[in-house]
Design a protein around this ligand. Structure first.
Ligand code: SF4
Length: 182
């Protein structure tokens, strides 16, 4: 059985992504690495939900470092970019680079990310970055296809998991509209 390290952006996005990979016959472990999430209390809340999703699926979750300073050093200069622009590209790169590193260290066959499940994120950019970083080690899955987002939200509602209403960084939080996104 091939081993996949799945980067987890949050528990909700992990629900349908994990289901799909398991259905396709992969052995999966999650990698919660998100130094973009602010404030830290929100990080803890999302980590707790991610852990609950892993427990539900009886799989292991590896937690990466919360290196917020590194994230700010890379992304702060793009603070005025719209969501989906250059700041997000750098943010995807940082998280996928670390996932590729852990994939190699822990001898997984492949890595991929739940990031592509969100309709607010550009799957083409995520897949392009993954392929540059991981070459054949990157599993190019667009989780939003096959109604992935709809399914993940429905599973989150069923299990009553916490659903955040902004992407993660302070810049996305400050642009939050009254209407919930998820
Ligand atoms: S909006 Fe989301 S993907 Fe973009 S930089 Fe902020 S946390 Fe990262």
């Amino acid at each position: 059985m091939k081993k996949v390290l799945l980067h987890i952006c949050c528990g909700v996005c992990a629900l349908a992504s994990l289901k799909r990979l398991k259905k396709e016959g992969f052995y999966v472990e999650g990698f919660f690495y998100n130094p973009n999430i602010q404030p830290f209390t929100e990080y803890l809340k999302r980590k707790e939900t991610a852990l609950a999703v892993h427990n539900l699926n009886k799989i292991n979750m590896i937690e990466g470092a919360y290196n917020l300073k590194q994230w700010l050093d890379i992304c702060r200069k793009y603070k005025d970019e719209k969501e989906g622009g250059l700041r997000c590209r750098r943010c995807y790169e940082l998280r996928l680079k670390e996932t590729a590193k852990v994939c190699k260290e822990k001898e997984f066959d492949y890595f991929t990310t739940t990031l592509s499940i969100s309709p607010y994120k550009r799957s083409e950019a995520i897949i392009e970055i993954g392929e540059i970083l991981g070459k054949k080690k990157f599993l190019a899955v667009d989780f939003k296809k096959q109604e992935g987002f709809k399914e993940t939200i429905s599973l989150a509602k069923k299990h009553q998991f916490y659903r955040q209403n902004y992407c993660g960084c302070i810049y996305s939080k400050s642009k939050l509209k009254a209407k919930d996104r998820k």
